[in-house]
Design a protein around this ligand. Structure first.
Ligand code: SF4
Length: 324
C-alpha cells in the first residue's frame, strides 16, 4: 500500500503566557510533538486517545487547517507543508473534515442546500450545483426535499448526514472524521459508522477516524494509532493491536472499554477498568516517557529517557522501553 498522507516529525506548539505580572514568561503548549504517521491509500486509520491528547489537532494539521510548528506533511507524495493561497486551496479540495458536533457545525440560518453547496461556491464550482446537492443528499440517505429545510428540523443523526454530504461534495480523497459519532445516541452511532463505510467503498475514500475510545474504532479501522499527550505511542493493524497490544497505555485503553457482550461478561470480563490518574498538562509534559506518571510497569530509565519508536513486528510500531 502507498501512503496517501504522511506526517514526518510534525509538531504544533502554542505559545502560552504564564507567571505573574513581574515574572511573565512564554512557554510552549505541546499539543502535538514530533509525530510521524502515514495514512495508506484506501484505509481507515483509527486515531485514539483521551481528551486533550492532541488527536484533533493532528487531524487538522494533516489537512492543513492548522499550520505546523515543525515537520513535513506530504499528500500523494508532494510536500504540502508550506503551501499558501491558491495552491493550498487546490489541495484542500481533496482533503475534508467531518466534525464531532453536528449541532454546532451547521449554520442554523442556512438551508441544507446552502450548507451542502457551500464548498462548491468557495471553489467556484457552481455549475450543476443543484444536481450535485441532490445526488449527495441521496448518497447520505436524505430525501431531496431536505434541501429547503434548516438544521434544527433534523435529528442528530440526520444533521451528521448533512455534515457528511458537505464534506464529500467536492469528491475528496482523504477525510478526517473527527469523533463523528461521539455526540450521537448509541442507537444512531452504528448507522453513521455503517454509512461512512459504505461511502468509503463507493467513493474510494481514505479516512482518519478519530475517537476517544477503542470500542468505537474497532469496527471501522484497518489500522489503529494510539496517541498520548501529543505523541503517537503505538500503531498496528487493528487485530494485532487488540489481540497483542505492546504499549501499557494501549492495554489500559483496551481494559477501559465497557464490555457489553454477554459471553465476555460470563467469561469474567464484566469489569471496566478505568486508567488510573489524570493525563498531565501539555504545558509541562513529564520528562522521559510521557506515560511514566501513570504506567504500572514504569522503570527508572522511563523517568529520564524518552523511548524511541521501534518495530518489534512488521508494521507494529511502539514507543516503550519494554516493547522488545
Ligand atoms: Fe511504561 Fe516505561 Fe514503557 Fe513508558 S517506556 S510505557 S513508562 S514501561
Amino acid at each position: 500500500m502507498t501512503a496517501l498522507i504522511e506526517a514526518q516529525g510534525v509538531s504544533k506548539h502554542y505559545p502560552v503566557e504564564t507567571g505573574g505580572f513581574l515574572r511573565r514568561t512564554t512557554i510552549p503548549l505541546r499539543a502535538v510533538d514530533t509525530v510521524s504517521l502515514a495514512v495508506m491509500e484506501g484505509e481507515t486509520l483509527g486515531l485514539v486517545g483521551e481528551s486533550g491528547c492532541g488527536k484533533s489537532t493532528l487531524g487538522r494539521l494533516l489537512i492543513r487547517l492548522l499550520p505546523a510548528t515543525t515537520g513535513t506533511i506530504r499528500f500523494g507524495g508532494n510536500d504540502i507543508t508550506g503551501l499558501e493561497g491558491k495552491a493550498l486551496r487546490e489541495v484542500r479540495r481533496s482533503m475534508q473534515i467531518i466534525f464531532q458536533d453536528p449541532y454546532g457545525a451547521l449554520n442554523p440560518r442556512m438551508t441544507v442546500e446552502d450548507i451542502v453547496s457551500e464548498p462548491l461556491a468557495i471553489h467556484d464550482e457552481t455549475a450543476g450545483a443543484a444536481k450535485r446537492v441532490t445526488d449527495m443528499l441521496s448518497l447520505v440517505g436524505l430525501p431531496s426535499r431536505a434541501r429547503e429545510r434548516f438544521p434544527h428540523e433534523f435529528s442528530g443523526g440526520q444533521r451528521q448526514r448533512i455534515g457528511i454530504a458537505r464534506a464529500l461534495i467536492l469528491n475528496p480523497k482523504f477525510v478526517v472524521c473527527d469523533e463523528p459519532v461521539s455526540a450521537l445516541d448509541v442507537s444512531v452511532q452504528a448507522q453513521i459508522v455503517n454509512l461512512l463505510q459504505d461511502l468509503q467503498g463507493e467513493l474510494g475514500l481514505t479516512y482518519l477516524f478519530i475517537a476517544h475510545d477503542l470500542g468505537v474504532v474497532k469496527h471501522i479501522s484497518t489500522r489503529v494509532a494510539v496517541m498520548y499527550l501529543g505523541k503517537v505511542v503505538e500503531v498496528a493493524a487493528k487485530h494485532t493491536l487488540y489481540a497483542e497490544p505492546k504499549h501499557p497505555y494501549t492495554r489500559g485503553l483496551i481494559a477501559s472499554v465497557p464490555v457489553t457482550h454477554p459471553v465476555q461478561r460470563a467469561g469474567g470480563r464484566a469489569e471496566r477498568k478505568r486508567l488510573e490518574g489524570d493525563i498531565p498538562s501539555a504545558l509541562h509534559p513529564p520528562p522521559g516517557c510521557r506515560f511514566h506518571t501513570r504506567c504500572p510497569l514504569v522503570q527508572p530509565i522511563c523517568r529520564e529517557t524518552e523511548p524511541a519508536v521501534t518495530e518489534p513486528a512488521p508494521g507494529h510500531l511502539v514507543a516503550c522501553h519494554l516493547a522488545e
